[in-house]
Ligand binder design. Structure first.
Ligand code: BJW
Length: 232
């Protein structure tokens, strides 16, 4: 049976689509302190500031286009003889717009709204505010359907099943600083799965990988995918 490839993507994959990364110099956390905009406590303290942060990013996401790295991963999923699953930490929808289908959004989705009162989810309007009402229960308790620090990432059971089945684990464009995603490489490697990091520069967790490639995602990912698809 052909190998199962599990891919973990991060903000670096969408950087060349114009969506900012978090921890690079000039990244999002330089302009918006994470405690203020990416924690439940920050939202409770100042929901308008948090809505403004996500409204800005939602608009950028809607106006962005997938890049060559997203396209290459979609091609890999379509043409690889085995299974390809993409676990993304990104809240944008660029994997799907590039044509990938097997995508898990472990940190949620910018284009979805979540009702803090009843848990209902719906398609987010471009702009949300403290007045946005839940279409199910009517409460003005809408929040972006994203996973903040201190919250449990989505679909963890499904993710661990994929990690257990992986023959090759590839992390792309992620700094390897946020758990539980940062720990995936150690988990798969402990049972002998091959691991590869593709990043602009070695990440904080680079030493945990068997193999590394450095470069811009739009160069390095299509090159790696071409090599994989050319394998006999
Ligand atoms: C390029 C490039 C180009 C640039 N080409 N590359 C264990 C130890 C310590 C702490 C913890 C722990 N376990 C849990 C914690 C706490 C916490 C945590 O990890 N804190 C750390 C800061 C230490 N984790 C949590 O709270 C998580 N919840 C949790 O653990 O629950 C418990 C639980 C888990 C599992 C089962 C049961 C219970 C939740 C974490 C939520 C993170 N949320 C955010 C915001 C989401 C919404 C939003 O987008 O606003 O997710 S934070 C932010 O970081 C966002 C990202 O998805 C995430 C990762 O960032 P990413 O993608 O790595 O981006 P960067 O900017 O860091 O890196 C970009 C990289 O790309 C760089 O390396 C560049 O070099 C590179 N790059 N241009 C290629 N062109």
């Amino acid at each position: 049976m052909a190998d199962k490839i599990v891919i973990l993507t991060g903000a670096g994959l969408s950087a060349e689509s114009g969506l900012g990364t978090f921890r690079d110099k000039g990244g999002l956390w330089d302009k918006f302190p994470l405690e203020e905009v990416a924690t439940p406590e920050g939202f409770a303290a100042n929901p308008t500031r948090v809505h403004d942060f996500y409204n800005l990013r939602r608009g950028l996401c809607m106006d962005a286009a997938p890049n060559a790295a997203h396209a290459a991963l979609a091609e890999l999923e379509a043409r690889w003889a085995g299974e390809v699953v993409t676990i993304t930490q990104n809240v944008d929808d660029l994997h799907e717009r590039a044509g990938s289908h097997a995508v898990i959004h472990m940190h949620g989705e910018l284009l979805q709204a979540l009702c803090g009162a009843c848990g209902h989810r719906w398609e987010a309007p471009r702009e949300m505010s403290t007045l946005t009402e839940c279409p199910a229960c009517g409460a003005a308790a809408a929040r972006p359907d994203v996973v903040w620090f201190g919250e449990i990432p989505y679909q963890m059971d499904e993710i661990f099943t994929h990690l257990e089945e992986a023959d090759l684990f590839v992390a792309i464009g992620t700094s390897g600083t946020v758990y539980p995603a940062a720990g995936f490489v150690a988990e798969v490697r402990a049972r002998g799965c091959a691991t590869l990091e593709i990043n602009l520069e070695p990440s904080d967790g680079a030493a945990a990988f068997d193999d590394q490639r450095q470069g811009k995602a739009t160069d390095a990912v299509p090159a790696w995918v071409s090599e994989m698809l050319a394998r006999p």
